[in-house]
Design a protein around this ligand. Structure first.
Ligand code: AMP
Length: 145
């Protein structure tokens, strides 16, 4: 049904459910692209932190996510060229990636780190607005963590 599918993961424990559903949908790992978006560290703080080198911290977060994502991708047979660690706001970054690579579907969890209390995770909602391909939400995150 789909030729190029993006799987968006927040690297939480529910990510595996999202990946499994996407792999089932794809039938073939060569159709899958894996993406994680690292949110800018500075955006998490409303004040300057003089004791911390923000850009170093940012790079560490990117390196950590990149390694984790490549490991997950490797286990699924997804080559490094189809594993994307991006920096920015998850919704727009995932949408941009979908446009860039001509994805025809995006698979995302209904909830994640930030959204387990509400009906649909905020990333899913933000992604839906302006998406130019199908977006499949995988139901996850029932248990409180
Ligand atoms: P949330 O908005 O935190 O409830 O997350 C809902 C879903 O959006 C998650 O299950 C992931 O599939 C996806 N998601 C959330 N944050 C990210 C992120 N930083 N990078 C990629 N996907 C994400």
């Amino acid at each position: 049904m789909y030729n190029t599918i993006i799987v968006a993961v927040d690297l939480s424990k529910d990510s595996q459910n999202v990946i499994n559903k996407a792999a089932e949908l794809a039938g073939d790992a060569s159709k899958l692209h894996l993406v994680h978006v690292v949110e800018p560290v500075a955006a998490a703080y409303s004040m300057d932190i003089y004791a911390v080198n923000i850009s170093e911290l940012q790079q560490e977060a990117i390196n950590f996510a990149e390694q984790k994502l490549e490991k997950v991708g490797g286990e699924l047979g997804i080559g490094k060229d189809r594993v994307h660690t991006l920096l920015g706001a998850p919704g727009p970054e995932i949408r941009n990636l979908a446009n860039e690579i001509g994805a025809d579907a995006i698979v995302i969890g209904s909830h994640g780190h930030s959204g387990w209390k509400i009906l649909l995770g905020s990333t899913a909602i933000k992604l839906l607005h302006g998406a130019t391909c199908d977006v499949l939400t995988v139901h996850v995150g029932d248990e409180e963590d």
